[in-house]
Write a protein that binds this ligand. Structure first.
Ligand SMILES: [Cu+2]
Length: 77
């Protein structure tokens, strides 16, 4: 598994948080999605063999949010 933290713009309320957790959480190999409203970040664990990072970024974008960059990405067994 890998851990990633994305900087995402447009997160303003609990509804946004739920939307992002649902959108990212439905992707195969993704788990432990959490959203920091104040910090504007989305963090999660994912299995890159099942779903590459770009797919997760695309799901967040499709949900209506602006992925601005990758803050952290590292292996976490
Ligand atoms: Cu909202």
């Amino acid at each position: 598994m890998e851990k990633a933290i994305l900087r995402v713009e447009g997160i303003s309320c609990d509804h946004c948080v739920k939307t992002i957790i649902k959108a990212a959480g439905e992707i195969p190999g993704v788990k432990d999605v959490s959203v920091d409203i104040k910090g504007g970040t989305v963090s999660f664990m994912f299995n890159p063999a099942k779903s590459p990072l770009k797919n997760i970024e695309a799901a967040i974008t499709d949900a209506g949010y602006d992925v601005k960059g990758l803050l952290e990405n590292y292996s976490k067994p």
